[in-house]
Design a protein around this ligand. Structure first.
Ligand SMILES: Nc1nc2c(c(=O)[nH]1)N[C@H]1C(S)=C(S)[C@@H](COP(=O)(O)OP(=O)(O)OC[C@H]3O[C@@H](n4cnc5c(=O)[nH]c(N)nc54)[C@H](O)[C@@H]3O)O[C@H]1N2
Ligand SMILES: Nc1nc2c(c(=O)[nH]1)N[C@H]1C(S)=C(S)[C@@H](COP(=O)(O)OP(=O)(O)OC[C@H]3O[C@@H](n4cnc5c(=O)[nH]c(N)nc54)[C@H](O)[C@@H]3O)O[C@H]1N2
Ligand code: SF4
Ligand SMILES: [Mo]
Length: 747
């Protein structure tokens, strides 16, 4: 049997910054100081400015890295020509240089070895590490077939490893950004409009007259372009309606804040649909022209009155009517924002369907101030042989479940990695790149079981995140400021291309993902798929196909192209939606045929028992999940999360402001660390709120370690969406533990 894979602390190996002092000298230690994250000192002479796009989150704003003559990155500023940022980065993007200068970075490949009966890591050369990986991958392919290798990825490095896996013969490629994030939204919108709202979302916030945010908190969710457009819309008098159990930053800027009872949103959405139809204030012309299934919908929502919804949501009937009228008055310049992180309660596709239906009733898709029609620039693929056709793929692991999943589901790949007698589709090896599965995937036991059973686990990361402790081989990628990556080809209002190139040479022994992928590929005899010596040849070739060149892009960083198609639906055209019938589907035959409700229904979800509160979580403007938790620039802005507690609840428990408590969930799981109490009227009494991404237990993250609480460890129960496999995580409840529990913090 395979030896149990023990978690290894990288810190215990003495692989500290001192061992690599040579590398340290290449950058200014001063550049990590929080004061430098602003526009920086003007006294330093600039050597050059280098085109990049940000990797601190997935909005990918284009920017310029300013590099001093002695190769220090002094600052990063936005590229004024990029419509995704308009020359302004968010605090995280500005502080992105802290990712590069972090002394805790991974610095050299590491390989798991057993010394005196104990598993540990040793530093390895790239050749040793890559040879080992290629040998193991070959063994796996010979024993089980190449399909038994899977990739977990997120971010730019993912594309390079997808190329490796596809060339190897597997398309078991997965990311938490589907089943843990936007999957339900994309599925719900595809079922209704025939296409999703993409990323960056095609919401015409700039020109909207009314926007509804339902569990989406733009402002704390710092997706740059959306935040800028929302403030522009507010300045122009747009009405914002925010539905959130918490007075989010967005709610505080809204005309209406509807502090809904969590988990009941579908009831509110259905009653809004009811009001639009039965008060006869929906967009009749648009519906008649572009939609089908209206009569069925009308009949379906007959009883979903505001009075009915009040009893479920705690939102007063008059408020429901009034807000529906606000939407109708603004229509079609209205957006019911589709949200992004939409895996909540297991019926999330249906909630997203209700949001899509509301948008359709108001006529927002294809109209100014609603949802615009995107256009992008198509970048041809660099010439390569055709990929082999895998004998099986992730769809085969579903065994009939989640019939409408359009992308692979992390959790079913994890499940397929747990050996079982007679299992037909067994995963045996993982490459994990740019995703810290330990904090992004719920159900730790399943994840652990899978990781223990693998014959190969390779982790590619920039930081010693928790996931690295489980790897057989850890490969240190250089940061986005030290490498080429794919061109950013955005489909949005204006087709845009952006370049990322190295601002400085990679520190330490780190390497870019494209190089790592190519090196493994060549060792596997797949060199024909990597017909270049440097990735910049690929970029240059691609740019030449669209009439540009690398040298031109190095100068401008971002290139906008003129649109060839209209940005809104031409009312005189016979516009076809991308559904099977060309019309918007109020009634979904696709859902019906797959055995699901063709129109959304409300179902009640579990509520907390006495003394417990629903655990809800979200974003803070200065951090991106766990990826910034150790970034000194950003930790200086927000060092830890706090738990938001309603004053009534605080009084009941005798909790004081800034007191530290532990949280215990419904299954008796206690948080690893304690968290500061924030007593605030801004949260309902039945819920508590924390920002995701804190509470790291891996000591090599010297800044992040032990700061705040990790929501993921308290999520031991999920509700899986039967339509596409999304893992709803908001059905967990916590209570307070005021005295330190007898438990050593894990490290
Ligand atoms: N409990 C809970 N779980 C959640 C969420 C939540 O709110 N609460 N949110 C969900 C959502 S919306 C999403 S999208 C997912 C996100 O989940 P993940 O994709 O896992 O996101 P991060 O936590 O940002 O993990 C990023 C990892 O990438 C590494 N990294 C950063 N830059 C690079 C790079 O350039 N190259 C490489 N190779 N690695 C890099 C970081 O060090 C870190 O280990 O999590 C989901 N899971
Ligand atoms: N600064 C920053 N910005 C980010 C990210 C980041 O890490 N940091 N991550 C990016 C990513 S990948 C994503 S997916 C998006 C996520 O951003 P959003 O799509 O906005 O989603 P969440 O962060 O999950 O939003 C949580 C909000 O939902 C509320 N909420 C909780 N339960 C309920 C409920 O039952 N009903 C309603 N109506 N509301 C509820 C919470 O109080 C909170 O305000 O953010 C993106 N932007
Ligand atoms: S929104 Fe902020 S963190 Fe995200 S890509 Fe843009 S600047 Fe970077
Ligand atoms: Mo996400």
């Amino acid at each position: 049997m395979h030896t149990r894979r023990k978690f290894i602390k990288i810190s215990s190996l003495g692989i500290g910054a001192t061992a690599f002092a040579g590398g340290m000298a290449k950058w200014a230690i001063g550049s990590t100081s929080p004061t430098n994250i602003s526009t920086g000192s003007q006294s330093l002479a600039f050597g050059k400015k280098v085109a990049t796009y940000c990797e601190v989150c997935f909005w990918k704003c284009a920017g310029w890295a300013y590099v001093t003559p002695n190769n220090q990155i002094q600052k990063i500023i936005g590229n004024a020509d990029d419509p995704q940022c308009n020359g302004r980065l968010c605090p995280r993007g500005t502080g992105g240089v802290g990712m590069f200068s972090d002394p805790d970075r991974l610095k050299t490949p590491l390989m798991r070895v057993t010394k005196n009966g104990e598993q540990t890591y040793r530093e390895a050369s790239w050749d040793e590490a890559l040879d080992f990986i290629a040998k193991k991958m070959k063994e796996i392919a010979e024993k089980y077939g190449p399909e038994s290798m899977a990739l977990f990825n997120h971010g730019s490095s993912g594309k390079h490893f997808t190329q490796l896996l596809n060339a190897f013969g597997s398309n078991n490629v997965t990311a938490p950004s589907f089943a843990q994030c936007r999957g339900p939204r994309d599925t719900g919108f595809e079922l209704t409009f025939g296409e999703s709202v993409s990323s960056p979302e095609v919401t015409d916030i700039r020109d909207t007259r009314c926007m509804v945010l339902i569990g989406s908190h733009i402002g704390e969710n710092m997706h740059n372009g959306q935040v800028q457009e929302m403030s522009e819309a507010i300045d122009k008098g747009a009405v914002i309606i925010t539905v959130d159990p918490r007075l989010s930053t967005a709610a505080s800027k809204s005309k209406y804040w509807l502090p809904i009872k969590p988990s009941t949103d579908l009831a509110l959405l259905l009653s809004w649909i009811h009001v639009l139809i039965y008060d006869d204030i929906y967009n009749k012309e648009y519906v008649a022209k572009y939609a089908e299934g209206f009569n069925e919908l009308k009949e379906h929502v007959k009883d979903f009155t505001p009075e009915w919804a009040y009893g479920i949501t705690t939102i007063k009937p008059e408020q429901i009517r009034q807000t529906a009228r606000e939407m109708a008055n603004a229509a079609p310049a209205v957006i019911i924002h589709p949200g992004r992180h939409t895996t909540w309660y297991g019926d999330d596709v249906q909630r997203s369907r209700a949001i899509a239906i509301l948008n359709a009733l108001l006529g927002s898709w294809g109209n100014r101030g609603g949802i615009f029609l995107k256009e992008g620039i198509k970048i041809p693929e660099f010439p390569r042989p055709a990929y082999p056709k895998p004998a099986w793929s992730w769809q085969d692991t579903l065994n009939g479940r989640y019939p409408l999943a359009k992308e692979s589901i992390t959790n079913t790949i994890i499940e397929a990695s747990i050996p079982e007698e007679g299992k037909e589709h067994q995963i045996k090896g993982w490459i994990v790149s740019g995703t810290n599965l330990i904090v992004s995937i719920p159900l730790k036991e399943q994840l652990m079981k899978a990781m223990q059973s693998l014959e190969l686990l390779v982790v590619v990361d920039t930081m010693p995140m928790e996931i690295t402790g489980y790897a057989d081989v850890v490969l240190p990628e250089c940061t986005y400021l030290e490498r080429y990556d794919d061109l950013r080809a955005t489909a949005h209002r204006e087709p845009t291309l952006c370049l990322r190139m190295p601002a400085v040479e990679p520190l330490y022994e780190t390497k870019p993902a494209w190089w790592i992928s190519k090196q493994i590929g060549e060792r596997l005899g797949l060199g024909a798929y990597y017909n270049y010596t440097d990735f910049k040849e690929v970029i240059d070739w691609q740019l030449k196909q669209v009439g540009l060149s690398l040298s031109e892009m190095e100068r401008i960083g971002t290139k906008k192209f003129a649109r060839k198609t209209p940005v809104y639906i031409d009312p005189n055209s016979d516009h076809q939606f991308k559904t099977s019938s060309g019309k918007i589907h109020f009634y979904s035959k696709e859902l019906e045929e797959a055995g699901f409700d063709p129109m959304p229904k409300y179902t009640a979800h579990d509520q907390p028992e006495d003394g417990f509160y629903r655990l809800i979580y979200g974003r803070a403007p200065m951090h991106t999940f766990s990826r910034t938790a150790n970034n000194r620039n950003l930790v200086a802005l927000m060092p830890e999360n706090s738990v938001w507690v309603n004053p009534q609840v605080a009084e009941l428990w005798g909790l004081k402001k800034d007191q530290y408590v532990w949280l215990k969930n419904q299954d008796g799981i206690v948080s690893n660390f304690s968290v500061k109490v924030r007593v605030t009227e801004r949260i309902r009494w039945d819920s508590v709120y924390i920002v995701h991404g804190f509470g790291h237990h891996h000591k090599p993250l010297t800044y992040a370690f032990g700061r705040g609480v990790n929501d993921t460890e308290l999520i031991s129960k999920i509700s899986v969406d039967p339509i596409m496999g999304g893992t709803g995580m908001r059905g967990n409840f916590v209570t307070f533990v005021k005295v330190q529990p007898k438990k050593e913090a894990k490290s």
